[in-house]
Ligand binder design. Sequence first.
Ligand SMILES: Nc1ncnc2c1ncn2[C@@H]1O[C@H](COP(=O)(O)OP(=O)(O)O)[C@@H](O)[C@H]1O
Ligand SMILES: [Mg+2]
Length: 248
Amino acid sequence: MKNQSAIQHAPSPQLQSVSPLQAPLSCVNERLREQVKESERARIARDLHDELGAHLTAIRMAVAGLDEKIKAGATNASLRRQAEYATSLVDDAGSTMHRIIDDLHPPILEYGIADALEWLAKSHAKQTGLPCACECDEASRSTSSIDDFQAISLYRVAREALNNIARHAQATSASIRLQQIDQQMILSIADDGRGFDASEPQAAGHGMRNMRERVRGLAGQLELDSTPEGGTLLRISIPVTAARITIE
Ligand SMILES: Nc1ncnc2c1ncn2[C@@H]1O[C@H](COP(=O)(O)OP(=O)(O)O)[C@@H](O)[C@H]1O
Ligand SMILES: [Mg+2]
């Protein structure tokens, strides 16, 4: 069993550069950001329709059932049961709504990307039972170095990478590292699992595609180093200080 410290965050010579973007930052445009936002809107619309919509339909049916029972002169006990059922559906809908709101803007991001990633690592480890260390250097903790869009994009990339590790990697541990070196914010997520071949068609799912789109939207680079022996290292670097000057 490979241990946590064996997970390497340094890029290796065989790194596959998945979406290098060499264009100058000034050319990295609103169009890419708009694309990312548009697919985000589509996802929210889907969540609202599939999850909240289903709850509302169930509530409507429960209330209609209550009405039927009243008209049919049902017993008080039966009416009470139906009313309790309707109330529990309303509570479920409330929880779903809060989950969708939290997902839109995770409250932990108010504390900065470093704290948010630490929280993500802890809560992911708790949910999956897979140990996940998180190391953020001092420079990356400066809340002024990245804007909200950059922070939420990095957070979502890290979350998808951790989900992929839990679903596909068969790893014994994972780790996140965040570093700010000069004008680059570097996020790496590593695991010691079975690796995969990124050039295979089955490796091109929605998750990987969204990650690449997000990184392109930040004028960044996404590099992937994956081997059966060494697990997977996903390394994202985005220009930070310069991006603030250009975009704000
Ligand atoms: N850390 C990982 N370890 C092993 N395989 C991975 C890892 N990350 C991604 N993959 C592979 O890449 C594929 C595509 O991932 P993704 O685009 O997120 O789609 P999905 O997770 O829905 O399958 C996965 O099905 C898996 O085969
Ligand atoms: Mg995935």
